[in-house]
Ligand binder design. Structure first.
Ligand code: C2E
Ligand code: CA
Ligand code: CA
Ligand code: CA
Length: 279
């Protein structure tokens, strides 16, 4: 067993090293990306039951000079590990607030909310609340148009501290969604105590709808639970008509996914919104 263990180790070692050095390269590239403005935001529409766009989720994109578009699924974990998620997160928040101000000036976009993904590391900073409020004030964004998406990984933090921070921001009108619900460490007892407005059903459940009986049961249960707690439900990753129909019949409140629109550059989103208001 020992010999086998050694073999396994020597077999995996070069691969792990390659992975580590690829991450180190990515990390230094990301540092440069932040300085040279290689990051941009795309906005994915969130729709109500009547298929009207009510808001967007801000999703960061990285146009790497050699590698092309790098997926956030690849670089966000690296940024979280090395701490670059802090300046990156500040940038996403500021950029989104500026966009909210631009949208506030036009009738077809004035009512939109924008949701920003917040990583556990950002939330655990002692100055998180001050920083968010300061960004909102400096940019002139309306706090009630800003939503923050937290994941269940925040249950691993000091929960009392998290509740206090959320409550402080909520007093200023900023809303909260619990992202990727059903995939993490959720405890139903926390769910009741956190000042949340919305739950987002993770796309892994949505993708199996409606044929997978387990996902259908879980989806229906999440919607029922959320409504009983006074929370709205957003389904993410809605890709086809069958999923949309199932969720609609299940009284889901809002929807996001490729069936409606992928994450869009701001010009494309604005174009769709102004077309919508002409009709
Ligand atoms: P997420 O917060 O769960 O975001 C939803 C992801 O699902 C996005 O991937 C979106 O493009 C994708 N998506 C939307 N509709 C569909 C669909 O119908 N089908 C499928 N299969 N996928 C769909 P994206 O943009 O690649 O982002 C991946 C993750 O990276 C996000 O997952 C989020 O965890 C993280 N992320 C992105 N931007 C930020 C950011 O600014 N800050 C932080 N902390 N994390 C971010
Ligand atoms: Ca999200
Ligand atoms: Ca999500
Ligand atoms: Ca996700």
């Amino acid at each position: 067993a020992k010999a086998q263990g050694r073999n396994t180790l020597s077999f995996f070692e070069p691969e792990m090293q390659a992975h580590t050095s690829a991450n180190a390269q990515l990390q230094s590239d990301l540092h440069r990306a932040l300085e040279r403005c290689e990051l941009l935001l795309h906005y994915q529409p969130i729709l109500d039951r009547k298929r009207r766009i009510i808001g967007v989720e801000s999703l960061v994109r990285w146009q790497h000079p050699e590698m092309g578009m790098v997926s956030p699924a690849r670089f966000i974990p690296v940024a979280e590990q090395c701490g670059l998620i802090l300046p990156l997160g500040d940038w996403v928040l500021e950029q989104t607030c500026r966009q909210l101000v631009a949208w506030a000036a036009h009738a077809s976009t004035a009512e939109l909310f924008a949701a920003v993904n917040i990583s556990a590391r950002q939330l655990s900073q002692p100055d998180f609340v001050v920083k968010v409020l300061e960004t909102v004030r400096r940019t002139g964004a309306s706090p009630s148009r800003l939503k923050l998406e937290l994941t269940e990984s925040m249950f691993l933090l000091d929960v009392e501290g998290v509740i206090e921070k959320m409550a402080a921001l909520k007093r200023h009108g900023i809303g909260f969604s619990l992202d990727d619900f059903g995939t993490g460490y959720s405890s139903l007892c926390y769910l009741q105590r956190l000042p949340l407005d919305r739950l987002k059903i993770d796309k892994s459940f949505v993708s199996d709808l409606p044929d997978n009986a387990n996902s259908a049961a879980i989806g229906a249960a999440i919607i029922g639970l959320a409504h009983n707690l006074g929370l709205q439900v957003i389904a993410e990753g809605v890709e086809n008509q069958e999923q949309w129909q199932f969720l609609l019949e299940g009284q889901c409140d809002a929807f996001q996914g490729y069936l409606f629109a992928p994450p869009l550059p701001v010009e494309e989103l604005d174009r769709r919104l102004s077309l919508g208001s002409d009709q």
